[in-house]
Design a binder for this molecule. Sequence first.
Ligand SMILES: Cc1cc2nc3c(=O)[nH]c(=O)nc-3n(C[C@H](O)[C@H](O)[C@H](O)COP(=O)(O)O)c2cc1C
Length: 258
Amino acid sequence: MTTVSTPALVAAACAAGLVGAFPTSNCRSTTELADWLDEIEATVAANLIVHRSNTRLDEDLDTLVRRGVRLVITSVGTPVPVIGPLHRAGVRVFADVASLKHAEKAAAAGADGLVLLAAGAGGHTGWANPFAFARAVRRFHDGPLVLAGGISDGTALWSAITLGYDLGYMGTRFIATAESGATDAWRRAVVDATLDDITLGTAPNGVTVSLLPGAAGSAGHTAAGVHAITTAAEVIDTTRREWNDARARTRRLLAATA
Ligand SMILES: Cc1cc2nc3c(=O)[nH]c(=O)nc-3n(C[C@H](O)[C@H](O)[C@H](O)COP(=O)(O)O)c2cc1C
């Protein structure tokens, strides 16, 4: 996440068994990107913003390949120009998509995985319903499918898996953590926000974004599930417990209806 994803946050996520990711644009230079990758010392996914405004695209791509990053997530543009070079280097590519048309194009271009930006996601949001979006994309894509938007806890994550997603993004949930790069006012605004407080705006690059009230920054509908500023490890522990509870509930339901 722009500004929010620091090396400390990504490392904490990786240490807890998640795939930590950060946009290369959070680094001030390609040299700093190399430093971050060394500092994190774990298997990370990097997010390459493929919009034409990213003047460092080729240099950052080269650094990611040289430092052995295994998964690149493309966003804000077409993944087509980078899929070939990344595949030739043995790097998997997941593409952020906000519409069925973009999902079809990314799949046809050879993206290994698709990240569906659903309604209410933090940052660059989609508008599609995550249920309908998954079912529509599953008609032509049987590879990894990731839900972005709406996952604030382990119950929602478990639901996403039962719906046909393989993975879930949790972005907003990590803004109000000790390790995030968000300002205190931004963290506080996430804790204070209810779902109804999140509105839509347009970023300078033209994409639709989810916003907190009072220009506090971006956050998705999942701000409704953030009630305190904690460490990333606490968020992950809680999510794991909720996930186990949700699975157990499904098992009980299955047993009761067998
Ligand atoms: C403050 C903020 C900044 C973000 N910046 C980026 C970014 O730079 N690149 C990107 O691909 N996605 C970015 N995202 C989107 C996330 O990758 C993810 O799709 C989103 O957070 C999922 O929805 P959630 O926030 O409800 O969990 C950002 C999200 C937030 C909240």
